[in-house]
Write a new protein. Structure first.
Length: 182
C-alpha cells in the first residue's frame, strides 16, 4: 500500500470524514439543509480549539467500545462506513449528471451504460491495521487520543504561522500559494 493512499485514508477516515459517522446512516446531500451565505460573507477562521473539538468528537465516534484508543478493527469499520458513504454520493452524482445530460429527455443517453461507469464497490478493502501502524507512534497496537490528534495538529500548527491559534485568511492564502508552487 502506498504512503499516499494511507495518508489519504487517514485524512478521510480519521479526520475529515469521521464526524459524519455520528449517525448510523449516511445523510444524502438532498436531505441536508442548504446553508446560504450572503455574497462576500467572510468564512469563519479555523481555530486550533475548534480543530481539537472536532478531532475529539471524531475520535469518540471511531472508538466504539469507549476504551480511549482506536483499534485496527475500529479504524477498519470506520473506513468501511466512509467508503460506503462516498459510494452512495458518487452514485447520486451520476444520477444527477444523467438527468443533466439528457436535456431533451428523449432517452438517447443509455442510462445502463452510463451507470455502468459508476463504482460498485470500494476501490480497496478497508485496512485498519495500516492506519494504526501509521498513527501508533508508541507501537502498542492502538491509537491514543494524542496519537490521533498529532498529524492534524501538526498541519494546523504549520499553517498557523503567527501561532495565535487561528488560521487567518492571509495564512490560508499563503498555504495555498505554497502548495501551487510545488
Amino acid at each position: 500500500m502506498s504512503k499516499a493512499y494511507v495518508s489519504l485514508a487517514l485524512m478521510v477516515a480519521l479526520g475529515a470524514g469521521a464526524p459524519a459517522l455520528a449517525t448510523a446512516a449516511p445523510t444524502p446531500a438532498a436531505s441536508r439543509p442548504a446553508v446560504s451565505k450572503p455574497a462576500g460573507a467572510a468564512q469563519a477562521a479555523p481555530t486550533r480549539a475548534a480543530l481539537l473539538k472536532g478531532l475529539d468528537n471524531a475520535f469518540k465516534n471511531i472508538d466504539t467500545n469507549g476504551d480511549g484508543s482506536i483499534s485496527a478493527a475500529e479504524a477498519q469499520a470506520t473506513e468501511g462506513k466512509i467508503q460506503q458513504q462516498q459510494l452512495a454520493r458518487r452514485r447520486s452524482n451520476i444520477e444527477a449528471e444523467f438527468t443533466k445530460l439528457d436535456t431533451n429527455k428523449d432517452g438517447q443517453l443509455n442510462k445502463a451504460e452510463f451507470m455502468a461507469a459508476a463504482s460498485t464497490a470500494p476501490v480497496s478493502a478497508p485496512n485498519g491495521a495500516a492506519i494504526v501502524t501509521q498513527l501508533d507512534t508508541n507501537k502498542d497496537g492502538k491509537i491514543s487520543p494524542d496519537e490521533y490528534r498529532a498529524p492534524r495538529l501538526a498541519i494546523f500548527d504549520k499553517l498557523d504561522t503567527n501561532k495565535d491559534g487561528t488560521i487567518s485568511a492571509t495564512e490560508r492564502q499563503a498555504a495555498i500559494a505554497s502548495r501551487t508552487k510545488k
